[in-house]
Design a protein. Structure first.
Ligand code: SF4
Ligand code: MSK
Length: 637
């Protein structure tokens, strides 16, 4: 095996399929990345601008050439404008995801689609209470209609404050009101970002960044939180269950149908269709022993945490899954889907189908998804996969013999029940474990995998170091899958990898040292868990007092920037493995790594080495512990 391949990912399935790509002459993301090296320095530093036709302009970061764009914009203005546009785009994606789920809930409640039901009535009622919607003596459908309409109104709300952000501790709300960071409406903040970043509008980098933070908050406490809450209401609250992950979940003798993207509305229906006796019987008629639905990226996480469906891989494995030659149909909706997929699919028998009017791909067949016809469309797609099974060239199939167990499906509500036991739901044991020094703190490790880094291994090394140091880790997205592939998301991992204090807690409660909370939108579950830690008492008055930290070691998407910013705006330290593009401006670099802390209590750090990254997070957690005067770590001399 080429040393180059080994260097980039320790995951054996990834190595094997990259070797196959080399042999077959198939170009993958690693090859394309190499062709882009060295990446444009101006872009990397964030000091190029093409916001108007006076440009494009670029600032010389060494101060020898142009120090201003044609309009007079300086490096810090250009870097801030670019960053704010990234935040707006990332937030828009999450917010739109929330909008899709809201639409489905409304259609289900109004009887416009018979294929979706309200599964979690208790969650619907408690959400309705937060929106001040009456629940007494009302049918769930009536309540759901009011909830969905209220949420829609908050997308376009012009003034005031969005509802779900009222969940935050008073300390944060005071800060956000004082600094004008309270989001007024979910879509509104994104639009204002686009206005302000036009030529000649907002030319104060700090003022621009305040709007960037307000927008990110409208994502975390708005669109993303809506997506999580309503998905739980429609599809059920996740709960821990055993499942499997990595390319080895593909089956030689069954129809393999992969679901890829983000919004779970269609993938849930595909799962339903694939388990219908008539479909299984049809698959048997075509010579298959069954239908194997598995996921990629965040759609994978959605059907994993609620239904225990297997996961074929994370972001970097989407092309590799096709290279197995065993995928009969790949179904995509939107977000994180590489446009290169049809080219690879066409090297094999794989059918590839897009479904969202917002995301079309040359080379894919398009079957438009409609909620009113959800199950018939899902059945049509499952049937297409079955019909394609006999076309599979068995001689060309190569499925890596690699898959691992994991236990996903933890939520804020589940942590209550799990820790408190049957009679008293509470976060008290978690807070006590932190206060008495068994657990040092909590770290959220999230985000994408990236060929510029070690392709998933950065997550692994970081998380192992954190749990070794008694930091309980919570994960979402492709980061969770990277660690699951190495077996870290099982209760047994505590014995092998966790420090003594954390191990004791994991043993007592029967949980993994690394908890999988769901897809990228479910980072909102980390916010709600943090709220409960503050409410439980003993760990300060606000989110910025908690001994917590966040990281996205291999981030690549604008969505990761938006997520990072809503945590920083909520008072957390967030470490990225690679800086976002601001280093061309000393002022902006100082703002994001230092000055912002004086406003929100949170800040950024950038560090590519996973062990140093862990150190930064641990030192930050220790600093918070010291400020709270918590007991010394129980097993540290
Ligand atoms: Fe150049 Fe200013 Fe136009 Fe940007 S907005 S392209 S810096 S002139
Ligand atoms: S899917 S945003 S690659 S985590 Fe949410 Fe993975 Fe990053 Fe997409």
């Amino acid at each position: 095996m080429s040393e180059e391949i080994k260097k980039y990912s320790g995951d054996a399935a990834t190595q094997q399929m990259r070797r196959r790509a080399e042999e077959e002459g198939v170009v993958t993301i690693w090859d394309r990345e190499a062709l882009q090296e060295p990446h444009c320095g101006f872009g990397t530093l964030g000091v190029c601008c093409k916001n108007c036709n006076l440009g494009p302009c670029r600032i010389d970061p060494f101060g020898e050439g142009a120090t201003q764009g044609v309009c007079g914009a300086t490096a810090e203005v250009i870097a801030a404008r670019n960053l704010v546009r990234h935040i707006a785009a990332g937030s828009a994606c999450h917010n739109d995801h929330g909008r899709e789920i809201t639409k489905t809930l409304l259609m289900a409640a109004e009887g416009k689609t018979k294929f979706y039901q309200i599964t979690s009535v208790d969650k619907l009622k408690s959400l309705a209470n937060e929106f001040k919607i009456k629940t007494d003596n009302r049918k769930p459908e009536e309540i759901a209609i009011d909830v969905a309409k209220k949420i829609f109104s908050e997308y376009g709300q012009q003034e005031g404050e969005i509802s779900l952000i009222q969940r935050a501790p008073e300390k944060q709300k005071k800060i956000w009101r004082k600094f004008n960071l309270m989001p007024r409406g979910i879509d509104r903040e994104v639009v204002e970002c686009l206005t302000r970043t036009n030529i000649g509008v907002d030319n104060d980098y700090q003022n621009l960044m305040m709007q960037g933070m307000r927008t990110a908050l409208s994502d975390g406490w708005g669109g993303s939180m809506v997506a999580t809450e309503l998905s739980d209401i429609l599809f059920g609250k996740p709960s821990p269950q055993r499942a499997r992950v990595n390319l080895g979940v593909l089956k030689h003798d069954e129809v393999n149908l992969l679901v890829h993207g983000h919004v779970p509305v269609l993938s849930e229906m595909i799962c339903n269709a694939s388990t219908l006796p008539e479909m299984i019987e049809y698959a048997k008629q075509k010579g298959a022993n069954g239908i194997n639905v598995a996921g990629l990226c965040c759609t994978a996480n959605e059907v994993l945490v609620r239904r225990g469906f297997p996961v074929a891989g994370n972001f970097l494995q989407q092309e590799l899954a096709l290279l197995t030659g065993a995928v009969d149909l790949l179904l995509v909706d939107l977000q994180c889907i590489m446009p290169s997929l049809p080219e690879i699919a066409h090297c094999f028998h794989t059918k590839i189908v897009s479904t969202s009017p917002k995301a079309k791909f040359p080379g894919m067949e398009h079957i438009e998804f409609k909620e009113e016809e959800a199950l018939p469309i899902a059945k049509q797609i499952v049937k297409m996969a079955i019909d394609n099974y006999p076309n599979r060239d068995k001689a060309r199939v190569c499925i890596p013999d690699e898959s691992k167990n994991l236990v996903p499906g933890f939520t804020t509500e589940y942590v209550f029940d799990m820790l408190g036991g049957k009679y008293r739901s509470t976060f008290r044991p978690l807070n006590d474990a932190i206060i008495n020094g068994r657990i040092r703190g909590v770290a959220g490790v999230v985000g994408c995998d990236n060929p510029k880094m070690e392709s998933g291994d950065t997550h692994l090394k970081l998380v192992k170091e954190l749990i070794k140091n008694d930091v309980l880790v919570v994960q979402t997205g492709c980061s969770a899958l990277a660690c699951a592939k190495a077996g870290l998301l099982t209760p047994e991992a505590a014995y092998e990898f966790a420090g003594k204090g954390l191990r004791e807690i994991c043993e007592a409660v029967g949980i993994p040292p690394v908890l999988h909370l769901g897809a990228c939108v479910d980072n909102s579950r980390i916010l709600t868990a943090c709220i409960e830690m503050v409410k439980e008492g003993g760990l300060g008055e606000g989110l910025d007092d908690l001994p917590i930290a966040g990281a996205a070691p291999e981030w690549m998407s604008e969505k990761a920037i938006a997520i990072g910013w809503y945590f920083v705006a909520s008072g957390a330290l967030v470490v990225f493995g690679m800086p976002f593009p601001v280093y061309g401006s000393p002022e902006m670099t100082r703002f994001v790594t230092e000055d912002v802390e004086k406003i929100t209590g949170g800040k950024w750090a950038f560090e590519p080495d996973p062990l140093k990254m862990a150190q930064i997070m641990i030192e930050h957690i220790n600093k918070k512990r010291a400020a709270l005067r918590l007991q010394p770590m129980m097993y540290e001399k």
